[in-house]
Design a protein around this ligand. Sequence first.
Ligand code: TXA
Ligand code: MG
Length: 321
Amino acid sequence: MTEAANILPANDENLSAAATRLKSGGLVAFPTETVYGLGADARDDRAVARIFEAKNRPSFNPLIVHVLDLPSAAQYGEMDARAQQLAAAFWPGPLSFVVPRRADSGLSLLVSAGLDTVALRAPAHPLARNLLTCFGGPIAAPSANTAGEVSPTLASHVAQSLGTNVDLILDGGACAVGLESTVIDLCGDRPALLRHGAVTLEQLQDVLGVVDDATRPADGQAPRSPGQIARHYAPSIPVRLNASDAVAGEVLLGFGSGVPEGVQNLSPSGDLTEAAANLFAALRALDSPEHRAIAVMPIPETGLGRAINDRLRRAAEAHNG
Ligand code: TXA
Ligand code: MG
């Protein structure tokens, strides 16, 4: 890290500067009661792609979308009776719900890593709430650290980990909880705990009755991380990688210059951030029974290209036995 990160004390002026940054597609780190989050406008594919780039994540995991309250959560996800009961008991607070994504949510597809579900949380930290109010929209935010590092609980941790990869860090002192939020999956008939946190399994069971513990491996199985539990989005037709062109019945997904006119192109200029932002929408657009397969042109295995290729390989493998 050569340049110093931009840490600002959390006053009204800096909050409004942070909201302005978010509105223009920037990245803002902010404190929540659990850990510091690396925030971007959850409706902006390009801004969300920048989160993955800044964290240097080798894969696209779905991110938590931060909202003020239950009514705003209900704009983006289907908040059924169970979600409403849990929100009444624990929101605002360190609990995230994975729920079906509303078709009219307007959220970035990248925020859900292409899935039909979304994780929503209303944080309790006053600074996070002020930022949500100032910004006036949903904020996607994973923990504000480089992939593989522990989550930051001080503004200085964020600065050390992300440096100038983040446009601005709002300093709100130490995070009270210091552990990531509890994640509960409400998409199935039986609620399932995906990640332990300050809201405990017992507390959730007190409200809902039965809650499965999906954080524990089934007998004889290796532990699963929440990222693995999330079913990965894959097109319903096969995907062929490193294609130079489409053969009979295939549809081509291009990258870079030199892609024929009229072909869907992840990024004509070869920009990996733009390609990541377009990836899931492009796959969905081409995922039609009228095509035999999607032939994808080579994507460089550098920076965000690694996460793009990871997802494309999974999509390709989904049809290889
Ligand atoms: O405390 C927290 O939750 C912090 C603060 C900043 O809010 N955020 C955080 O986000 O820890 P992140 O991206 O590091 O973790 C999100 C977790 C991941 O384990 C992810 O797999 C899971 O939530 N998750 C998010 N969306 C999901 C989805 N649609 N389906 C299944 N799991 C999901
Ligand atoms: Mg994390």
